[in-house]
Design a protein. Structure first.
Length: 135
């Protein structure tokens, strides 16, 4: 028995790739999970017999018909017998990543407010055009 982690890059999110992987893993009686990562990759952690894992890797390389697998990174680990089944996991936002997102939103909003204030200042100024006042 063996455990592997697979990171798949390409057009693999939003194309039913996780469900495809899920179905194939169940059919091969593999245990583990598949999930989307925030960087656009799909991560698979799976445990099973070495021969079956090789077959599963080939399936992942070929991918779902609507997916475009550009790169496959595989890391091998010792078998942990950690999983009872195979599941599709949701990506969990870490505290560090959440902070990063909030900082970007804060910066965006601060700049948007500055831009709006500049526009308001410009629209409140009177512009003299040929002796008439225009707003």
């Amino acid at each position: 028995m063996k455990r592997i982690q697979i990171l798949i890059s390409g057009k693999v999110q939003g194309v039913s790739f996780r469900f495809f992987v899920y179905q194939k893993a169940l059919a091969l009686n593999l245990k583990g999970f598949v999930r989307n990562l925030p960087n656009g990759q799909v991560e698979i952690v799976v445990e099973g017999e070495e021969k079956v894992l090789k077959e599963f890797l080939e399936i992942c390389k070929n991918g779902h018909p609507t997916a475009q697998v550009a790169k496959l990174e595989v890391k091998e680990y010792s078998y942990k017998k950690e999983f009872n089944d195979f599941e599709i996991k949701r990506w969990e936002i870490t505290r560090k990543y959440r902070s990063s997102i909030l900082e970007k939103i804060h910066l965006f909003l601060r700049n948007a407010i500055k831009s709006i204030k500049k526009l308001e200042d410009l629209s409140l100024k009177e512009i003299k055009v040929e002796g008439r006042t225009a707003l």
